[in-house]
Write a protein that binds this ligand. Structure first.
Ligand SMILES: [Zn+2]
Length: 266
């Protein structure tokens, strides 16, 4: 399986999963249709699946147009988002399994940014066709929408700090090598904030320097990895003693709420 990153709008990423063996594709959170259709045409691919993480327009905006072009496309989204996802055909809950081209993903229910947010996790697995030299998923692949960002997390539009902490805890237990495909390029400003609450973290300051250089060259900082986020993202470090001391609380939910509040004002 190949994963393509399509930069769209101001700072969104649409991800296209392409299986060369079957010439089929899936798309994660299609904000707009034109670049998706172009990428499909370039590969002579048929779109069979849309994976939506949540109902916001910059994640579902192209569902209808893509469905018009590919009437058999399956549109996966959260059970809790029923009625808010254009063309939804399958409603998903925590622990459900979905597949694309024989590759299997697990669904995590991760409310916080919105009340119905879900994420899709492909654990490392062999190429299901088994007869190609490439196509194995050697690392896990996490499509997490607007829940976890590189260096940050989504705003709490419909959920509580306790819910978001619980959602991010699910990601924290994934293997460190898991790649994090988040839906926006927010990393540079996220890390500027992170330095205000975790400035003595050497891994964080090194990352901030590297990311600034990458962005000045116009490079993408996505995907990240779970390991890097656990080391440098304050929203994955609510139990870090230095951060808790700065926030004057040892309660994880209070620490997380204070962090999110500071970021909202940043
Ligand atoms: Zn959103």
């Amino acid at each position: 399986m190949e994963i393509l990153r399509l930069p769209v709008l101001d700072d969104n990423y649409v991800f296209l999963l392409f299986d060369p063996a079957t010439k089929t594709a899936a798309v994660v959170d299609p904000a707009v249709h034109a670049p998706v259709l172009e990428a499909l045409a370039d590969r002579d691919a048929t779109l069979v699946t849309i994976f939506n993480t949540h109902h916001h327009g910059d994640h579902v905006g192209a569902n209808a147009k893509l469905r018009a072009q590919f009437p058999d496309v399956e549109i996966y989204a959260s059970e809790a988002d029923r009625g808010r996802i254009p063309g939804q055909t399958v409603a998903l809950n925590e622990g459900d399994r979905v597949s694309f081209a024989g590759y299997e993903a697990e669904v995590f229910f991760v409310p916080g940014h919105t009340r119905g947010h879900i994420a899709y996790y492909f654990a490392p697995q062999a190429n299901p066709a088994g007869n190609l030299e490439t196509g194995d998923l050697e690392t896990g692949e996490l499509f997490c929408g607007d829940t976890l960002f590189a260096g940050g997390c989504g705003r709490l539009f419909e959920g509580t700090p306790a819910q978001m902490l619980d959602s991010l805890s699910k990601f924290r237990s994934l293997p460190d090598s898991t790649r994090v495909w988040c839906a926006h390029e927010y990393t540079e400003s996220n890390l500027r904030f992170a330095l205000t609450v975790d400035g003595k973290n050497r891994a964080l300051s090194d990352r901030a320097i590297a990311v600034r250089a990458m962005r000045s060259r116009g490079e993408s900082t996505v995907p990240s990895t779970i390991g890097l986020e656990k080391e440098t993202n304050p929203f994955m470090r609510w139990d870090d003693l230095a951060i808790q001391a700065l926030l004057e609380t040892s309660d994880p939910v209070r620490a997380f709420a204070k962090l999110r509040g500071r970021k909202d004002m940043f």
